[in-house]
Design a protein around this ligand. Structure first.
Ligand code: PMP
Length: 349
């Protein structure tokens, strides 16, 4: 077996792959790929998946859970359009490529955008301090984990302004206080399931209050009223996400994941800090537990190191083209053993 450190789509539990493959051949006598999304069997899957998200994140009453399409990239626009209020103005914390794209879409939604804080001055290698949040904005948006740069917010920004968060790359990796947010959205393809579905957790009280015209599909009120079945949903992605959610709930939930993810991150960051061949790419206090970015201290060793990890059955370690170096993504399903395998290879350089 290969050790998959890919940034996404990424590793899921082997048991989930197996159950998913079985359902491709036989799901109550048909293939999961051929059933109608309106069949009682699938409606049950959708309802279970929505409930299991609520269970896994201990979501309080008053929130709806939706599985839509378009990826987090459409989430940039959907969240901005649905949160547009009387100010038609939004605050964004710019912590990297994904936040930058989110800002662009908020502008496309017709909103004025205030960059409340940014770490662009140092190539997004840290999480900026957020101390001056204007009060005349409809919402504040941030990216909880910066998949490319390898930084992560360690706490939720302290504000009375409604909060919107792109949690694509760290949702389900630890407990979160959902009550602090009006909209959380996340592409499925990291800790949730296969690419295709996009998860939305939405405070019901915001629905139908937008001050901009929203195309039907993008209107979260429509999606909520239709129980996440306005049109054909991404059936297979939702099905496998539900398998993965059940697996998560049966294995200690997000508390157990947080413990495991901290253990993995500690192993790898300790090696980066103690091995003179490597250096971390971000501010120490803002390091991501999900995407560990690092570099060689001597680029002349690149060929040798690349050969070692390729021969050691490690895949997906190459850094994002915009950052260079290496990125080890360690989503929930990656085992501690895989991280130990990488650490041993780093020691052997
Ligand atoms: N936001 C974050 C934090 C991401 O990591 C990604 C994808 N890796 C996206 C947004 C874009 O997601 P999608 O490809 O689902 O549109």
């Amino acid at each position: 077996m290969k050790h998959n450190f890919g940034a996404g789509p990424c590793i899921l539990p082997q048991e989930v792959f197996k159950a998913a493959s079985e359902a491709v051949l036989d799901f109550n006598g048909l293939s999961i790929l051929e059933i109608s999304h309106r069949s009682p069997d699938f409606v049950k899957v959708m309802e279970e998946a929505r409930e299991n998200v609520k269970k896994a994140l201990d979501i309080p009453k008053g929130y709806t859970v939706l599985f839509l399409q378009g990826g987090a990239s459409l989430g940039f626009l959907i969240s901005a359009m649905n949160m547009a209020g009387k100010h038609k103005k939004a605050g964004y914390i710019n912590t990297g490529a994904w936040s930058t794209k989110a800002i662009k879409e908020a502008k496309n939604a017709g909103l004025e955008v205030v960059e409340v804080a940014s770490s662009e001055d140092k190539d997004f290698s840290y999480i900026p301090k957020v101390d001056d949040i204007p009060s005349d904005i409809d919402f504040l948006h941030y990216t909880s984990n910066n998949t490319i740069a390898g930084t992560q917010f360690k706490s939720i920004p302290d504000t009375d302004v409604p909060l919107v968060c792109d949690m694509s790359s760290d949702i389900f990796s630890m407990p979160i206080d959902v009550s602090k947010f009006d909209i959380i959205y996340a592409g499925a393809q990291k800790n949730l399931g296969p690419a295709g579905a996009t998860l939305y957790i939405v405070k019901e009280s915001i629905l139908g209050k937008s001050t901009v015209d929203i195309p039907t599909y993008l209107d979260l009120q429509v999606q909520h009223k239709k129980d996440s079945m306005f049109n054909t949903p991404p059936v297979f992605s939702v099905f496998v996400s539900n398998l993965n959610l059940k697996h998560l709930l049966n294995n200690g939930g997000v508390d157990a994941m947080e413990k495991k993810n901290k253990e993995k991150a500690e192993l790898l960051y300790n090696e980066i800090d103690s091995n003179p061949n490597f250096e971390g790419a971000t501010a120490v206090e803002d390091r991501s537990l999900m995407n560990v970015t690092f570099r060689l201290t001597d680029e002349n060793k690149k060929e040798q190191f690349d050969k070692l990890w390729n021969e050691g059955d490690i895949v997906g370690l190459k850094g994002h083209r915009s950052v260079g170096g290496y990125r080890a993504s360690m989503y929930n399903a990656l085992s501690v053993e895989s991280v130990k395998a990488l650490v041993n290879i780093m020691k052997s350089l």
